[in-house]
Design a protein around this ligand. Structure first.
Ligand SMILES: *[C@@H]1O[C@H](CO)[C@@H](O)[C@H](O)[C@H]1NC(C)=O
Ligand SMILES: *[C@@H]1O[C@H](CO)[C@@H](O)[C@H](O)[C@H]1NC(C)=O
Ligand SMILES: *[C@@H]1O[C@H](CO)[C@@H](O)[C@H](O)[C@H]1NC(C)=O
Ligand SMILES: *[C@@H]1O[C@H](CO)[C@@H](O)[C@H](O)[C@H]1NC(C)=O
Length: 238
């Protein structure tokens, strides 16, 4: 009579045999635990975005231009008569202004980090697939700050949502589109007086906290976040 230990050996060997024979060809076994990763951003693109911040609607013309170290958010709040410009350079300088001859106002801000890198989503946590705006998307979350939805079929971004609930919906996505150099020139009144924004401001405190976090984590700059916080701050100041 074989002892229980001895009888288990053939069972174990049989399982090993099946595993070795079939595992490499059985994708569900191999793929388990290998999450998809978000597409690296193209080095240059133009996106038109429909924004919703708790019911406050706006359109943003986003020009991302990594080789030239610059990023532009041209913002139109619903039914606003003027545009708001958020121009960001990779040396950490950002300009916030309106092109309104009646009231020439501009704020410049110096930050410790530059614009987002094309691979800024590296290290994001995969959350699985969900539908967003009718598209089947892979979803990732990064540092409890941003939820990023990418179309499964085309790998284009569809939507991202900030922890505040503010939503960006990507309406057009033109890879390789570049805004002409002349449009990146901040108006002269941005250079006449330097108004440093006071670090005591609560809005900036939120931003600062995030900067600290982001510099600690590979010096990424979540420009959209900070743009929003500073934008708000600047709107109050204008
Ligand atoms: C904007 O978001 C709010 C929730 O924050 C929602 O109630 C509203 O329907 C949204 N508006 C549009 C036009 O998507
Ligand atoms: C929405 O817009 C109103 C009016 O400009 C402003 O008072 C309010 O703070 C905005 N809400 C958000 C969540 O941005
Ligand atoms: C950063 O670059 C922009 C565009 O060239 C320039 O206007 C700004 O003065 C620069 N900032 C610093 C701190 O050098
Ligand atoms: C904008 O500022 C107002 C008033 O300071 C604040 O209540 C609101 O939460 C801010 N909005 C964002 C998106 O930071």
């Amino acid at each position: 009579m074989a002892s229980p230990q001895l009888r288990r050996v053939p069972v174990f060997l049989t399982l090993m045999f099946f595993y070795i024979t079939f595992a490499p060809s059985t994708s569900w076994l191999v793929d388990a635990g290998e999450d998809p990763v978000p597409a690296v951003w193209p080095e240059q693109f133009h996106a038109l975005m429909f924004m919703n911040s708790s019911g406050n609607l706006s359109l943003i013309d986003l020009w991302y231009d990594w080789p030239n170290g610059r990023n532009f958010n041209i913002i139109r709040d619903q039914l606003s008569t003027s545009l708001y410009y958020d121009l960001e350079w990779n040396n950490g300088t950002s300009f916030f202004y309106r092109l309104d001859p009646a009231s020439e106002q501009c704020r410049s801000v110096q930050l410790e980090v530059g614009i987002l890198r094309p691979n800024w989503l590296d290290g994001a946590t995969y959350l699985g697939q969900r539908r967003a705006n009718g598209f089947l998307c892979n979803v990732w979350e990064k540092v409890d700050f941003i939820w990023y939805y990418e179309d499964v079929a085309t790998k284009r971004p569809v939507q991202w949502v900030f922890y505040t609930g503010r939503e960006a919906n990507v309406m057009t996505y033109e890879v390789g589109a570049v805004l002409e150099d002349a449009k990146w020139q901040a108006p002269s009144y941005c250079f006449s007086k330097k108004e440093a924004i006071n670090g005591q401001n609560p809005e900036l405190a939120i931003t600062g906290r995030f900067w600290e976090e982001s510099t600690r984590r590979s010096a990424e700059r979540f420009f959209l976040c900070c743009g929003i916080a500073l934008f708000n701050l600047s709107v109050e100041a204008l």
